[in-house]
Design a protein around this ligand. Structure first.
Ligand code: NAD
Ligand code: TYD
Length: 351
């Protein structure tokens, strides 16, 4: 039997990372080392079902701690890195841009350095950077982002992700580091921290709280179920062309206000409210500074070259998501209580 390869996944305790880690661990093909700092957005409860799997190991640490990262690369012979660790919320990037530069840019370059310095046979390794469609900027009423759309980031968050994408390509060009990058549209699904639109609305509808819609609610986002993103990541990691970029998206554009209406109506049904009850909670609030009007991904390349297709219709994915949040009240309480290290302290601290 050939030995399983060890892969480093960063940010695996977060929203998308937890789905990626679970998918890779359950595939039984790899040993997965999940490196996560456990910021407010990282919660090991997301990975409760696999925490004792022999193919899985969790390491608490900061990608910006270069000495620690260097040590990790000498301890494990990583065949590849799938890098998701990041500060991910645009509103937070507006109030605190430096933290985004630190983690998203400096942290990414630190990881690239560790890979470049530690990998002797660099040619048979792979550094995969998980990025966002927001690097392309904002679309008008028509058109799509393709892999050749010029970068034009508009928020501190997207500027930090664009910068880290550039560094990944620069390390490929300068040092021969094999890499692949994917730029994905907005994700939704279980384990999403309730500061982002969909989980925040679900949480507030459930609790009868105001639903803050920025501006006129006319901004458009392109939504993809998180497990479809995780499946695309596995495919690109294993089969994507070296040095290439893949856009990931479900051709599923929604105006924010239409999406909030849909959430209200589906949740009224589920909560046994009369139709229209939750829509009354909608509150138009001051617009986000520099709010990108529209994102829309053209995922044709991924579909044609690697045969990927989204598996879920939006309504089906939303129902699954809402059902998950309604069944996981404790998760919501834990992540919103501010005591986000509770699960780690109880289950991991003495391991
Ligand atoms: P998230 O905020 O839910 O999770 C980020 C994770 O990274 C957390 O577990 C956090 O603890 C960890 N982390 C943060 N700083 C760290 C550090 N310095 N060292 C180690 N770990 C650290 O984010 P997400 O929504 O799951 O996004 C994951 C990745 O995917 C990000 O790189 C993001 O830019 C990208 N992305 C997200 C979306 C989306 O819709 N959420 C879409 C496209 C791309
Ligand atoms: P968000 O989930 O923060 O993702 P992103 O900004 O990365 O696309 O926001 C999605 C859209 O919803 C975006 O147009 C901003 C808007 N929005 C609101 O209207 N109200 C809210 O409370 C939030 C968090 C977002």
């Amino acid at each position: 039997m050939t030995e399983k390869e060890t892969i480093l996944i960063t940010g695996g305790a977060g929203f998308i990372g937890s789905h990626v880690v679970r998918r890779f661990v359950k595939s039984e093909k790899y040993i997965i080392v999940n490196l996560d700092k456990l910021t407010y957005a990282g919660n090991l409860e997301n990975l409760r079902d696999i925490e004792d799997n022999p193919n899985y190991k969790f390491v608490k640490g900061d990608i910006c701690d270069f000495a620690f990262i260097k040590e990790l690369f000498s301890k494990y012979d990583f065949k590849g890195v799938i890098h998701l660790a990041a500060e991910s919320h645009v509103d937070r990037s507006i109030s605190n841009p430096m933290e985004f530069i630190q983690t998203n840019v400096v942290g990414t370059v630190g990881l690239l350095n560790a890979a470049k310095d530690s990998w002797a046979n660099i040619g048979d390794r792979r550094f995969y950077h998980v990025s966002t469609d927001e690097v392309y900027g904002s679309l008008g009423e028509t058109g799509f982002f393709t892999e050749t759309t010029p970068y034009d980031p508009q928020s501190p968050y997207s500027a930090s992700k664009a910068s880290s994408d550039h560094f990944v390509r620069a390390y490929g060009n300068t040092y021969g580091l094999p890499f692949v990058i994917s730029n994905c549209s907005n994700n939704y699904g279980p384990n999403h921290f309730p500061e982002k639109l969909i989980p925040l609305m679900i949480h507030n509808i459930k609790n009868g709280k105001p639903l803050p819609v920025y501006g006129k609610g006319e901004n458009v986002r392109d939504w993809l179920y998180v497990e479809d993103h995780a499946r695309a990541i596995e495919l690109i990691f294993e089969k994507g062309k070296n040095g290439d970029t893949y856009n990931i998206g479900g051709f599923n554009e929604w105006k924010n206000i239409d999406l909030v209406h849909l959430l209200c109506d589906v949740m009224d049904d589920k909560l046994g409210n009369s139709q229209g009850t939750s829509r009354k909670l909608i509150t138009y609030v001051k617009d986000r500074a520099g709010h990108d009007l529209r994102y829309a991904i053209d995922a044709t390349k991924l579909q044609q070259e690697l045969g990927w297709e989204p598996s879920l219709q939006f309504k089906e994915g939303l129902e699954k998501t809402i059902d998950w949040y309604l069944a996981n009240e404790k998760w919501l309480q834990d992540v919103t209580s501010g005591d986000y290290l509770k699960y780690y302290d109880e289950h991991y601290a003495n391991r």
